[in-house]
Design a protein around this ligand. Sequence first.
Ligand SMILES: Nc1ncnc2c1ncn2[C@@H]1O[C@H](COP(=O)(O)OP(=O)(O)OP(=O)(O)O)[C@@H](O)[C@H]1O
Ligand SMILES: [Mg+2]
Length: 257
Amino acid sequence: MTESTPIIEVVDVSQSYQTSDGVIRALSDVTLQVQEGEFVSLVGPSGCGKSTLLNVVAALLRPTSGVVRYRGDDHIEPRSEFGVMFQAPILLPWRSLEENVRLPGEILGIPEEVLTSRVDEVLEMTGLEEFRAKYPWELSGGMAQRASLCRLLASDPEILLLDEPFGALDEFTRESLDDELLRIWRGTNKTAMFVTHNIGEAVYLSDRVVVMTPRPGRIAKVLPVQLPRPRAASMLRDRNYLDMVFEIRGMLGVATT
Ligand SMILES: Nc1ncnc2c1ncn2[C@@H]1O[C@H](COP(=O)(O)OP(=O)(O)OP(=O)(O)O)[C@@H](O)[C@H]1O
Ligand SMILES: [Mg+2]
């Protein structure tokens, strides 16, 4: 393996689903390389296969054709280096918020004290500390999403696969969690693939933004983001930021005039 081996390679991946209405082609010939430590966002219209692509990358779904590689090796079985935050926060109803957050760490055998301190840290970071003993049905949609983010971070995976993690949050909370996520990502040299409908959020967070076409999802364009790190809210009026948001809006057919 050389230093330039991408941590994730998606090679000619296509995905079709058999449904009662026939075959649905969700992804078509998607090829993408992600380098270790990169932050890559996926944007595209609803139903273009973004969640499908994340599931394929996580090896939760075997693609109809094509391959995914992890550090140069075929990636067929799910592995602990990949952490997924699903679009719908699936929390176990018989476990409290804290117990849900601990679960993957327990399964992975992370030592008790390490896990406890990580759980405390992520609950504090997301403002969920005072709700730690609550059960999933006692949480708001936004709280459940934050709990799901905590669960992902508490097991400390090398690769973060995040499927619209902050879609149910108000703008203020979303922006502060975006910044927290960036802080964690930078501080731990993780690699992130982030799905969002929010074009501005994709640009703000990412090194590259992958713009997908309507179904079957293909990669329309991969745009490098010309903004320095660390990112800050003041960049939201930077010319490079605004130009890129408008370029992507144009590509996705969102009004630009
Ligand atoms: N398990 C499945 N069985 C059948 N069809 C599916 C399945 N999962 C997804 N699809 C279909 O594949 C297409 C892509 O779905 P996917 O969930 O990947 O899109 P998406 O880009 O994540 O959309 P959204 O932005 O709405 O979350 C859609 O047409 C969807 O109906
Ligand atoms: Mg989706």
